[in-house]
Design a protein around this ligand. Structure first.
Ligand code: ADP
Ligand code: MG
Length: 329
């Protein structure tokens, strides 16, 4: 099986079956008499985020792209492997995709967790390579390819050629930062306090990188002065203004990557453009805006939320073709 361990969502791909599991990377833990026990993982645990009573904690262990909590991450990996495993093969060979910026200690921890969960053999693949394979880019040719993956906690920007990563950078701004910007904006402009899920919903429903209409959208929250529930109407202009700092930061990251790309490969990128993956690339008009600001053609991969999992799965299926991009700790 192949696993895309994301900061927001974890996907599991099984050979011959495709993506069989897609759940939030969230673990709910209950602390009783000083002992932590796992209460729920995935979708069930996400429902508890921001709604937990004292003794329960809902945690996103990979939130910022680094493993904040090894034990919780291990529990989560084990849970997902077991859930899929039961219905499939015994002692699977597992391929897990890891961010390019992850440390050797983190890679080893991920590998050990999968072994502890019953894997026979665990191999790793760099996330941008998996994203590129999923998007059908010719990464093994002597042509430059650029992938920008906007996930929950991190944006991974990478330039690849001949099956290797030539340049990569991981920014700590992505979908979560967009949600936080929307929260800050609502507080500053409308004195309205909103929760994380409301901010995420605004982003998905009317969030845009370039406003195109004046339609209004009702947002419910709590008035900061009176403390009572309140509803305000916002427009696409509001969201683009709120998201502006985040989008600017990602564009700077792309420009920096272009400056650090060898000239021959840059020339390829001018023709081929950059490919976007990850849930953040579903933000309305993000491709138009990035294209305008970088001067490159921008393509969004088909099914950006599953692209990395599909690419990891392809690398698992076509072991021989992709052997050079797999590693073991
Ligand atoms: P990760 O790989 O880090 O787990 P994903 O690629 O699964 O992240 O993307 C999750 C992020 O994508 C979340 O921040 C989510 O809010 C965002 N997202 C999902 N759908 C949309 C959409 N339609 N518009 C904007 N952002 C979206
Ligand atoms: Mg991802």
């Amino acid at each position: 099986m192949a696993i895309d361990l994301g900061t927001a969502n974890t996907l599991v791909y099984v050979k011959g079956k495709g993506v069989v599991l897609n759940e939030p990377s969230v673990v709910a833990i209950v602390n009783e008499k000083g002992r932590n026990t796992v209460l729920a993982v995935g979708e069930d645990a996400k429902q508890m985020l921001g709604r937990t009573p004292g003794s329960i904690q809902a945690i996103r262990p990979l939130r910022d792209g680094v493993i904040a909590d090894f034990i919780v991450t291990e529990e989560m990996i084990k849970h997902f492997i077991k859930k899929v495993h039961k219905k499939t093969i015994a002692n699977p060979r597992i391929l897990i995709c890891v961010p390019t910026g992850s440390t050797p200690v983190e890679r080893k921890a991920i590998q050990d967790s999968a072994l502890a969960a019953g894997a026979r053999r665990v191999q790793l693949i760099e996330e941008p390579i998996a994203a590129a394979i999923g998007a059908g880019l010719p990464i093994q040719e002597a042509t430059g390819s650029m992938v920008v993956d906007i996930g929950g906690g991190t944006t991974e920007i990478a330039v690849m050629s001949l099956g290797g990563v030539v340049y990569s950078e991981s920014l700590r701004v992505a979908g979560d930062a967009m949600d936080n910007s929307l929260k800050d904006y609502m507080r500053e402009e409308y004195n309205l306090m909103i929760g994380d899920s409301t901010a995420e919903k605004i982003k998905k429903d009317i969030g845009t990188a370039i406003p195109t209409n004046n339609n209004t959208y009702a947002v419910k929250g709590r008035d900061l002065r009176s403390g009572t529930p309140k509803e305000v109407n916002i427009s696409e202009q509001d969201t683009s203004e709120a998201l502006n700092p985040i989008l600017k930061e990602i564009v700077s990251g792309i420009k920096k990557a272009l400056e650090n790309t060898p000239p021959e490969l840059s020339a390829d990128l001018v023709d081929m453009g950059l490919t976007m993956t990850g849930g953040g690339s579903l933000l309305k008009n993000i491709d138009k805006r990035f294209s305008k600001e970088t001067g490159l053609p921008v393509n969004i991969a088909d099914d950006p939320l599953s692209c990395v999992a599909i690419g990891t799965g392809k690398a698992l299926d076509d072991q021989e073709i992709f052997s050079t991009v797999l590693s073991e700790y």
